[in-house]
Design a protein around this ligand. Structure first.
Ligand code: AMP
Ligand code: GLY
Length: 429
């Protein structure tokens, strides 16, 4: 088969790496790809939301299956464009991608379908939102309706913070049209987990859980990032915790989308808060997580192409997926300054020295320049390792990280540390 992967991050490198292991693959392309992906796939310089050019390319190269990484392509309607030309593509339609593309859509859907979520109100007018806020109880959360590069959510401790949120989102429009409407909602408390499911419109299979580390600094300090490291599985999500997540959130979402004429195909990524009243949905994404994917896919033992084909063809109920029981830890190495300003173009060295089995270096912001590799983004590399315990996997990943060098490189030193400590404490009781 000829396969096309869309995207340029660590998530897409992990996808390409896993897809390349399938005996079904004849040619693998990635648009636009990165320095690491270029080693295993043919990279094509087309932007992820240029649906017209991507479609032309797929038709010309006789692509049998397309896998979409980022939400930008999905929200731009790539799945509708490809399927209308008879091309097989894994991901939700533009209408189904609204679960991520519009927080108002997602909240109204959850409300209609009785899916547990924070109590909310929608405003399309800043002055009305402010009147509401004057009388509201704090803390609460203000969210831009549309996609805002992961920055459109403001958890507000008091009225002045909420006023700032409304000013930035609705008045100054720092996220553009994404801020035409806001959701104001109850602030939920509890540990946060993500559950991802692969869906075919009617059936779904839950993937192993993973836990992200969103803040830039150790001990979860500093500003939010796209994610500085993950581990899989999340020990927080025991079978008892997972059961209501599936029956009250995932399953009613898939059924509801189907019944409302928007069957959901692709990856449903539910961001959840484990509250005292049970799990509640914070948000949906309609794609693989980054860097969650970099700690989930190394644990996949089955052929990922089989999984994508079963999902595209609506026969996930016939599929069994095998997973490695052992944990995986992924440490992200970023450019110094990220998530703020940073410089690109620094030479990356040491990758050749990483020879440990079951250690994987997934590239995100890298680019081939001359005969070498240079930095080309905020998150540069994700180093994943599998081992028999979290402790051993983290040690293996950090050992590999210690061999990598580039100017101003930065990484968190505590990915999976808390889980190792908690497990050790648990073991003593
Ligand atoms: P979202 O993009 O909706 O997942 O929001 C980003 C982050 O904001 C989440 O990962 C949570 O940490 C936080 N958040 C979102 N909604 C709420 C809420 N209702 N209560 C508390 N925290 C929230
Ligand atoms: N790591 C969070 C996300 O992919 O949205």
């Amino acid at each position: 088969m000829n396969i096309l992967v869309i995207g340029a991050g660590g998530r897409e490198h992990a996808l390409c790496w896993k897809i390349a292991q399938s005996p079904k693959v004849k040619r693998l392309y990635c648009a636009p790809g990165n320095g690491g992906i270029a080693q295993i796939a043919e990279c094509v310089d087309i932007k992820v939301d240029d649906v017209g050019l991507l479609l032309q390319f797929a038709l010309r190269k006789k692509i049998d299956l397309t896998i979409v990484g980022p939400e930008a392509s999905l929200v731009a309607g790539i799945v509708d464009a490809f399927t209308s030309k008879g091309l097989k593509i894994f991901g939700p339609s533009q209408a189904a991608a609204e679960l991520e593309g519009s927080k108002v859509f997602a909240k109204e859907f959850m409300h209609r379908r009785n899916i547990p979520t924070a109590v909310y109100k929608v405003f399309d007018d800043a002055s009305k939102a402010l009147v509401f806020l004057e009388k509201a109880q704090f803390p609460l959360v203000v969210k831009a309706d549309g996609i805002a590069a992961g920055k459109g959510v403001y958890v507000c401790a008091d009225l002045p913070q909420a006023k700032t949120a409304i000013d930035e989102i609705m008045v100054r429009k720092i996220f553009g049209a994404a801020g035409n409407r806001v959701v104001i909602e109850e602030c939920l408390q509890g540990p946060e987990v993500s559950v991802l499911a692969v869906c075919d419109g009617k059936h779904f299979l839950v993937l192993p859980t993973a836990q992200d580390h969103k803040r830039i600094f150790d001990d979860d300090l500093g500003p939010n990032t796209g994610g500085m490291g993950t581990f899989s599985p999340s020990p927080l999500v025991t079978i008892e915790v997972l059961d209501p997540i599936i029956t009250r959130i995932i399953e009613p979402t898939i059924r509801g989308m189907y019944q409302e004429g928007n069957p959901f195909k692709g990856i449903l990524f539910a961001g959840l808060m484990l509250t005292a009243d049970g799990p509640k949905a914070l948000e949906f994404n309609v794609r693989f997580g980054d860097p969650e994917t970099q700690s989930i896919l190394p644990r996949l033992k089955s052929d990922i192409v089989e999984m994508f084909l079963a999902a595209c063809d609506g026969r996930l109920d016939e599929l069994k997926i095998k997973w490695d029981e052992r944990p995986c830890v992924c440490v992200v190495i970023a450019s110094g300054g990220y998530p703020g300003k940073y410089q690109n173009g620094f030479t990356i060295s040491g990758l050749d020295e990483i020879k440990e089995p079951e250690t994987f270096v997934f590239h995100a912001g890298t680019k081939v320049e001359g005969s070498g590799l240079v930095t080309n983004g905020g998150r540069v590399l994700g180093v994943s390792a599998i081992a028999k315990s979290f402790e051993a996997a983290a040690a293996k990943a950090y050992n590999a990280v210690s061999k990598i060098k580039f100017e101003h490189m930065f990484f968190r030193r505590d990915i999976a540390t808390r889980i190792v400590k908690e497990k050790a404490a648990h073991g003593r009781h």
